[in-house]
Design a protein around this ligand. Structure first.
Ligand code: CA
Length: 398
């Protein structure tokens, strides 16, 4: 039992302990761990210099042994009642602090590891062809995104401008996106780098990856549709990617592991794993406070270790602060789909909102919030926090 106050039903109990970066009022940003509705200042509680920094990177670079030892020390501090008085000054209500981007993002990669999402997009965009392209079950498809525009939850998202050309347009036009969408995803945070030229085998996943966050891969479908052939997503994705502020360690997710769905055909040897595991994460997509869908992560086809192994199989190196995302999480039913293009089937079936409004894609002023939970040890719930963003009008030059 922890002496720290935990509100009833909180998913931020002693089993979770996610890491973030926060600034107390009028003071510099530093590393903390969330417990209940408070955040523990780790520099004050543990003394290490890594925790005085405005990003988790120096802590992440220390590696798994240090991560686990630190977690053990935090659990000890928060369960030993004798420490309560001394640590009181290091504990801040979350509502009193400013929460920052938790990592300095090095490289950012986005995968496409959900079979149902890939099949839905195939059916919508290429109705006369097989839903999955021939490579999809042989490799985790992905692309390199823009690390510098990964932003923390709460950062406003300006509607992007770009080129688009619909079937009715005789020529491309430039202007604000009319088909702005969300993609409900999970992000994986790399701590320990790898050497250039040396692939990371699936078995080494836990030596490199520290934890997970929620991620919204905002997507301008009209810009994407016109630009993506033949090199893939570019400006339709790179304007903003939002992540949740609390990085949940893999150490908190052992009870959430489950086997990935059967993989047929068998992957090539470098993608094989003795027991490939996924995560039983229950996600939630809310639009203006109304829950639109509940995507289940458990059915994702490629495991996180397979994604990392594929990312490095050509010898590309990892850096501390690398972030790779899963791709859109979609379950079998429309109320489990992780994007509006799927939920509305490319705009054919608008979402009805309480109060009478409808949406095909996002309107200015809309607020999107993704949440998630995982099963914890002993029946506990692990809260992944939330990632939210409000759509602001395009910055149109007069
Ligand atoms: Ca995506």
């Amino acid at each position: 039992m922890t002496w720290a106050p935990i509100p009833p039903g909180s998913g931020f109990g002693i089993e979770n302990l996610p890491y973030g970066v926060f600034a107390p009022p009028g003071r510099r940003a530093r590393v903390g761990v969330r417990i209940g509705d408070h955040v523990l200042d780790l520099r004050a509680a543990l003394g290490e210099e890594e925790f005085a920094r405005p990003a988790l990177n120096d802590f992440l670079a220390r590696g798994r042994e240090f991560w686990t030892a630190t977690r053990d020390r935090i659990v000890e501090l928060l369960t030993d009642r004798g420490r309560r008085d001394r640590l009181g000054d290091a504990l801040y209500p979350v509502s009193d602090v400013s929460v920052r981007l938790p990592i300095e993002v090095a490289d950012y990669v986005d995968f496409y590891a959900g079979e149902r999402h890939a099949a839905n997009l195939g059916a919508i965009l290429r109705p006369d062809s097989p839903a999955l392209l021939p490579n999809w079950k042989h490799l985790p498809v992905g692309y390199h995104g823009r690390a510098g525009t990964v932003v923390v939850s709460g950062t406003p998202v300006t509607r992007p401008c770009g080129q688009r050309r619909s079937a009715a347009d005789p020529a491309p036009v430039f202007g604000p996106s009319r088909r702005l969408d969300v993609e409900v995803e999970v992000g994986f945070v790399v701590g320990v780098p790898s050497a250039l030229g040396k692939p990371v085998p699936t078995a080494d996943f836990e030596q490199h990856v520290f934890g997970i966050c929620l991620l919204n891969d905002w997507s301008a479908r009209d810009i994407q549709a016109w630009e993506y052939v033949p090199l893939g997503p570019f400006l339709g994705k790179s304007f903003a990617t939002s992540i949740s502020p609390w990085i949940v360690p893999l150490d908190a997710l052992t009870a959430a592991r489950l086997p990935v769905p059967p993989q047929d055909p068998e992957p090539l040897p470098y993608l094989r794993d003795s027991r490939p595991w996924g995560l039983d994460l229950r996600l939630e997509f809310a639009l203006n406070g109304h829950i639109v869908s509940r995507p289940p992560y458990a059915r994702m086809y490629w495991s996180p270790a397979q994604m990392l192994s594929h990312l490095t199989c050509n010898g590309a190196s990892l850096r501390t602060g690398d972030l790779f995302a899963s791709g859109t999480v979609s379950g079998e039913a429309p109320d489990e789909f992780g994007s509006l293009i799927e939920i509305t089937w490319n705009g054919a079936h608008p979402v009805r909102l309480p109060g009478g409004g409808t949406r095909t894609f996002l309107a200015d002023g809309d607020v999107v919030t993704l949440r998630g939970t995982a099963p914890g040890p002993g029946g506990a719930t692990i809260d992944l926090g939330a990632v939210t963003g409000r759509i602001g009008p395009a910055d149109v030059q007069p």
